[in-house]
Design a protein around this ligand. Structure first.
Ligand SMILES: Nc1ncnc2c1ncn2[C@@H]1O[C@H](COP(=O)(O)OP(=O)(O)O)[C@@H](O)[C@H]1O
Ligand SMILES: [Mg+2]
Length: 390
């Protein structure tokens, strides 16, 4: 009898969880949702360990978000006294992805995370855990993205102050507003992202605000010295040359974000294609990485997303869409030196014949064949066709 009852209960536990979670969701009962997800994770683990892990990850990131929301709900971010608008943004970080960085830069961040996580151990021995990061590098290299990921890794809410917009809109009141912001960020564990940090330095040229700016810089210098251990300051700037060396020295960690190397460019592109990355040839990514020398991660990501959408919605072959988005196929005109790379990208990423490729890029088949063979010789490769392609 008991066995039968159990069996009946076990007939469709997932459906029951689905109904329960829908109910909790509609009632906006996040705590109940968390409980249901926990129970689902346990039930799924024996039969579907991967799904259970995915759910557990979701749960972990959700609780970060939930605690951030709780903190924000209990202590709303400060507002500008006259305009009443919020001085800070508290974006959700539950979808924050790890940036694709070169090993040197990645290890600096990993070491920071490791030391933050081992804070108690360090403090016990009289060592100071790091609290402040200055991240410098060209636009679109992942500085803001890294701040999101760091906050997620450290399980603390992300609090964002965009200095480029706030300084100009709170002209004359920046000092007072900054004070409120810093006090807020000190009041509970969080990662305070001071984005476009150079905006503070930039306005130093503006004579009308010299006094105000000096005060702001002094406030910041002092804050960096005695910042509490429970929170992190992450300042990001595209203009390293605008940061005062005295300011730079106050940060526990200064990271230089370089433009992505070929490996990272290929990885960023692959990531940006969503599920289409699985069907694409590895050589296509290599070729595109070679073509995008000097490009930043942001532009590559955007090109990849547009190419994938074009491929999906307009039936354009992925390789062509990618080359179009990366700016190589506008009207068949391209630098002589690029013909080989583009031809190779098309040869590896599509089923096109040499003649078809030649037509597409407006060159003669002989020229295309010449470049393909030359590349193969140069690269010491013997294969003329891509594996899996006719
Ligand atoms: N190193 C990277 N790894 C992965 N994606 C990147 C990287 N750099 C840039 N991107 C992509 O470009 C977008 C914008 O980057 P962002 O962090 O805003 O750059 P920055 O703050 O340095 O100007 C990111 O959201 C991401 O999609
Ligand atoms: Mg940024």
């Amino acid at each position: 009898m008991a066995g039968e009852k159990q069996n009946k209960n076990r007939t469709d536990p997932i459906s029951k969880l689905l109904v329960d979670s829908l109910k909790a969701g509609l009632a906006r009962d996040t705590e109940r949702l968390e409980l249901i997800a926990l129970s689902a994770t346990r039930r799924l683990k024996p039969g579907s360990p991967n799904l259970a892990r995915e759910l557990a990850d979701m749960l972990a990131s959700f609780s970060v978000n939930a605690s951030s929301l709780r903190w924000a709900a209990e202590n709303p971010p400060p507002t500008d006294s006259d305009e009443g608008v919020s001085l800070l943004r508290i974006p959700s970080i539950d979808q924050a992805h790890p940036p694709l960085l070169d090993d040197g830069v990645a290890s600096q961040f990993h070491s920071f995370i490791n030391r933050r996580r081992s804070m108690a151990k360090l403090l016990q021995e009289g060592l100071n855990p790091p609290r402040t990061i200055l991240c410098q590098g060209p636009p679109g290299t992942g500085k803001t993205m890294t701040a999101n990921w760091l906050a997620r890794e450290l399980q603390i809410p992300l609090v964002v102050l965009d200095l480029a917009t706030s300084i100009s809109s709170y002209l004359g009141k920046t000092g007072a507003n900054l004070r409120k912001i810093l006090d807020y960020a000190r009041s509970s564990p969080c990662l305070l992202l001071l984005d476009e940090f150079d905006a503070i330095a930039k306005r130093r040229d503006d004579q009308s605000d010299v006094g105000e700016l000096k005060r702001i810089v002094n406030v910041l210098l002092k804050e960096l010295e005695d910042w509490p251990y429970h929170s992190v300051i992450y300042a990001a700037t595209n203009h390293q040359e605008m940061i005062d060396p005295a300011m730079e020295r106050r940060f526990d960690l200064v990271v230089q974000m370089p433009l992505p190397a070929p490996d990272q460019r290929a990885a960023i592109l692959k990531n940006s294609l969503g599920s289409f990355a699985e069907h694409a040839d590895e050589q296509l990514f290599e070729a595109c990485a070679a073509l995008t020398n000097g490009a930043n991660g942001s532009d590559i990501h955007r090109a990849g997303q547009s190419a994938a959408s074009k491929h999906l919605l307009e039936n354009v072959p992925l390789a062509i869409a990618l080359l179009e988005e990366l700016g190589y196929m506008a009207n068949g005109e391209m630098e002589k030196s690029e013909v080989g790379d583009v031809a190779r990208a098309l040869r590896s990423g599509t089923d096109f014949t040499v003649r078809e490729i030649a037509d597409l890029i407006g060159k003669s088949p002989t020229s295309v064949q010449y470049h393909l063979t030359k590349k193969e010789k140069d690269g010491g490769k013997k294969t003329k066709t891509t594996p899996g392609k006719r």
